[in-house]
Design a binder for this molecule. Structure first.
Ligand code: ATP
Ligand code: MG
Length: 454
């Protein structure tokens, strides 16, 4: 059931209970009032009749006096006085005043109470006339209670209706923002993170709206970041593929061609018995093959670093440095890499950080020196890539490399930071990865490799 309907049903129930309680109280009051009125009516009438009877003298007009006594009660609201003959028949009676607005039968039945009657004997010498009976009739009193009840119910009923109407209207207003929030949540659930709710209303709701808007903004932000990362990833993959194709074409193609030329020459050299030249050609073929092997390994290590890391982080970094030394011989590479083996996931992340850090330093900084460090300090593996290049400029773009590093480090609950060096020359990238005690393998050697590859 919707919240609004549930609250209204609850309020209606409370109001109905109040009405029932009010009705019960009114009934109890009415019952008391009727009872009191009837018994006091009987008492007053009894004393009036006793007084009158004491003055009635036997003789000529005794019956006439009795009838006058009866008619003196004509028009009474509650008391009816009757003359009952000795054989038990009512021979004469006073006339009750009829109620202006007769009460409904059920109410009369509920409120009339037990019938009250009292009988008075006439003086001994008038006994042949009969007896006088007084009876209380509650119709007029119940009619009064009925009038009173109707008025009360009109007042209380209108009060309840007004209260209910006001609550209905104000609940609608108060709950409208929640409906807005619920439809915004539905939109977020369907992946539309532009959903926004206006931040007005009571303070506690405002806090919820603010939190919702912040959440939607963050979701939108991370979705955009993901989209950008995906786009960059496919661009990087494209670039990587064309770079590998270029490498294969430029580095392997000429040597394959050279090896083919040398191999083709060998049969005619053999037929001319030029054995020295055959030896030279076979040496040339071997050199070409060796060259191709080196390049092929370079390409493979870029495609599958895990294979490279099989031999340990230190060796993988040495090969990384060799790769860059071959292309940037002027850069001085300073290495300080832990020889200890760590969990594969940690070694892979560490290698990727060092690889991307070095590639960024070479590509963006034009440094003279690049420092690569991976050292254990207690339960932390601290990785540092520093250079003395141009540093991070204001024009720095948001590439895939730094974002990828951040994500890799976060996946291992590590910390990542990159900033310009304190001396203003170059960049310092620091990553700290917590080492789970189980991650240290059995063959830890704890021998740091400190190399300067100039
Ligand atoms: N060592 C560095 N020296 C100077 N600038 C740097 C260095 N490292 C990063 N930057 C700056 O930070 C930017 C972001 O680096 P990031 O690795 O994320 O992207 P990229 O290298 O430009 O592209 P990608 O890595 O996606 O191919 C770089 O474009 C560069 O401007
Ligand atoms: Mg980069």
């Amino acid at each position: 059931m919707p919240l609004r309907r549930r609250l209204l049903a609850l309020i209606a129930l409370v109001l109905a209970l109040c009405l029932i309680a009010g009705g019960a109280l009114s009934y109890w009051n009415g019952l008391r009032k009727v009872d009191l009125e009837m018994s006091s009516g009987i008492d007053v009438a009894s004393s009036a009749i006793s007084d009158a009877l004491s003055t009635i003298a036997s003789g000529g007009d005794a019956r006439g006096q009795v009838l006058r006594l009866l008619s003196s009660f004509d028009g009474d609201r509650h008391i009816k006085v009757s003359l009952v003959s000795p054989d038990g028949k009512s021979v004469n009676a006073s006339h009750l005043l009829p109620p202006v607005d007769p009460p409904p039968h059920w109410l009369y039945w509920l409120l009339s109470g037990t019938p009250r009657e009292r009988t008075f004997d006439l003086p001994a010498d008038l006994k042949q006339i009969g007896t006088i009976t007084i009876a209380a009739d509650s119709h007029n009193e119940v009619s009064e209670v009925w009038e009173d009840l109707k008025l009360k119910f009109v007042i209380v009923g209108s009060f309840c209706a007004i209260v209910f109407g006001l609550i209905y209207a104000s609940l609608g207003r108060a709950l409208r923002p929640l409906e807005q929030l619920s439809s915004a949540l539905d939109r977020v659930g369907e992946g539309d993170y532009t959903a926004h709710v206006s931040e007005d209303g009571p303070d506690d709701l405002k806090r919820i709206y603010r939190a919702f808007n912040r959440m939607a903004e963050q979701l939108q932000d991370s979705e955009q970041r993901n989209q950008r990362l995906n786009e960059q990833l496919s661009t990087v993959q494209e670039e990587e593929r064309s770079e590998i194709a270029r490498d294969l074409h430029d580095e392997i193609g000429p040597f394959l061609f050279a090896a083919d030329v040398d191999a083709q020459a060998i049969p005619s050299l053999v037929s001319r018995q030029a054995s020295d030249e055959v030896v030279d050609r076979s040496k040339a073929i071997r050199q070409s093959v060796k060259h191709m092997q080196v390049h092929l390994r370079g390409v493979l290590s870029r495609l599958r670093p895990a294979h490279l890391i099989d031999q340990g982080l230190a060796i993988a970094v040495e090969q990384l440095v060799a790769f860059w030394k071959a292309r940037r011989p002027q850069i001085d590479f300073q290495m300080d890499i832990e020889d200890e083996r760590f969990a594969t996931a940690i070694e892979e992340v560490a290698f990727r950080i060092l690889q991307e850090g070095t590639s960024n330093a070479v590509r963006h900084g034009q440094p003279g020196t690049i420092g690569l460090t991976a050292r254990r300090t207690g339960e932390i593996l601290r990785i540092v890539v520093s250079d003395d290049g141009s540093g991070i400029t204001a024009k720095t773009t948001r590439g895939f490399g730094l974002a990828g590093m951040r994500e890799r480090v976060a996946s291992l609950d590590g910390r990542f930071s990159i900033s310009d060096q304190e001396n203003g020359k170059g960049v310092m990238l620091i990553v700290e990865i917590p080492l789970p005690s189980a991650s240290a393998s059995g063959n830890n050697k704890h021998k740091p490799i400190t190399t300067s590859a100039a």
